[in-house]
Design a protein around this ligand. Structure first.
Ligand code: PLP
Length: 412
């Protein structure tokens, strides 16, 4: 006998099943696509430098597992003195050229914990409309007013700050839904001019961009203008943790004020060993970075020529934005029928009716993989009715929608 659920929750789950699964998705869960075959081309992993299966890194982690000294399992707030975590923090601070760094349990907890610890009901948080959900949740957790500005629009951000007052300005360096690049220098200058705290989420550029992978803030010489740099280490760093680069003086404050640091246990030594070794590997990985960027360029150029509107993206995250959830399921099914697997992104990760399939490119993709992807995207254009997709700009060989090929969603 299981506990029965109260009506308010039963109704909520039933609404999901009816409104979403039955009505909007034609009876299928939108995330349940085909099962990939052994030769599938996977473009859904964020392991941008293809490091997850690197033997030398696996060995470092295994060694720590096998020969670990007695380890304490507790929240970071209780950590004392030098430890594997504090040594990794120092290493990552040097790597990003910041004074200090804090290791968190994930990119999510880094962002939620940071914004919660620095904003409050009197300190507004200004966020790019496409900023990662964890940054918005930080504002919620702080009880702060979250004020949106249009994507990458510095003058709109400035108008919002002048209207609502000094606060915290938050951007991603590379946006996770469509791979667009933030004009970081302009935002850094805006934060300086207005007296705002400047927070940059470098999850999708740390390791992949900048000198030896040190990120875009380092590349653009903005370290002295960025107060906090955050990152998920579940992208190019191929593990499970997050990180904040910050002034040294902030570290003790964060440990005592940030809920995830107090109320959730710290990462373990075998995870630290992985990141320690991996940081050295990333520093040396210029060839992988070059490969990542050149594969990205080739795929982007080819897909644009085929008529796909890749919106304003330029980096290794490539979004095929097809419009409604139904249309995107048709796109996903078509890609998967040829063995190409990306990730579905829908509201609340995207605005409503701007659903997309996201390809995450990595440096291990071969020329054959690239040819295969391009040929599949070419073959399916008719099947997915590419010429009926809503688009921000008409490009390439496919004509913009007309009344006869209007963007009417087909049945799922
Ligand atoms: C920009 C950005 N920030 C933060 C996160 C959260 O990272 P994690 O998966 O380590 O919690 C993600 C992951 O989706 C992300 O894309």
């Amino acid at each position: 006998m299981y506990a029965s659920m109260p009506t308010f929750l039963e109704d909520r789950i039933a609404t999901f099943s009816v409104e979403k699964v039955q009505k909007a998705w034609g009876g299928r869960n939108i995330f349940h696509g085909a099962t990939p075959a052994a030769d599938a081309l996977h473009l859904s992993s964020n392991d941008y430098l293809n490091l997850l299966n690197e033997p030398v890194l696996i060995e470092a982690r295994a060694k720590e597992f096998l020969h670990a000294e007695r380890e304490l399992l507790m929240s970071a707030v209780f950590l004392r003195g030098e430890s594997p975590i504090s040594r990794l923090e120092d290493k990552l601070a040097r790597f990003t050229k910041f004074e200090g760094a804090i290791i968190c349990q994930s990119g999510w907890t880094a962002n939620v914990g940071l914004i919660q610890a620095i904003a409050n009901s009197k300190v507004p948080v200004y966020l790019d409309l496409n900023a990662h959900m964890s940054l918005w949740q930080g504002a919620v957790s702080a009880g702060a007013k979250a004020i949106a500005f249009m994507h990458n629009n510095v003058s709109h951000a400035e108008r919002q700050i002048r209207k609502h007052g000094v606060g915290i300005l938050v951007v991603d360096s590379v946006y996770s839904t469509n791979g667009s690049l933030c004009p970081l220098t302009d935002f850094a200058n805006l934060s300086k001019d207005t007296g705002c705290v400047f927070v940059v989420d470098e999850s999708h550029s740390l390791g992949t961009h900048g000198p030896h992978g040190a990120g875009l803030v380092a590349e653009l010489g903005l370290t002295s203008k960025v107060h906090f740099l955050t990152a998920s280490l579940a992208k190019a760093f191929a593990g499970r943790a997050g990180f904040i680069a910050c002034p040294s003086i902030f570290k003790d404050y964060f440990a005592m004020e940030s809920y995830p640091a107090i109320f959730s246990s710290a990462v373990l030594n075998h995870e630290v060993a992985w990141f320690d070794k991996l940081t050295d590997f990333v520093v040396q990985a210029d060839l992988r970075r070059e490969r990542l960027h050149s594969v990205t360029r080739t795929i982007r150029n080819a897909l644009s020529e085929l008529g796909y509107d890749l919106s304003s993206g330029t980096e290794q995250i490539i979004a095929l934005e097809s419009g409604t959830e139904c249309q995107t399921m048709i796109l996903r099914d078509a890609l998967e029928s040829y063995g190409v697997f990306g990730s579905m992104f829908l509201a609340p990760a995207t605005p409503k009716n701007r659903t997309l399939v996201r390809f995450s490119v990595n440096s291990g993709i071969t020329d054959n993989d690239v040819d295969r992807l391009i040929s599949v995207c070419s073959k399916i254009r008719h099947e997915i009715k590419l010429d009926s997709w809503p688009r921000r700009k008409a490009r390439g060989v496919v004509k913009p929608p007309t009344s006869s090929s209007s963007a009417v969603p087909r049945d799922c």
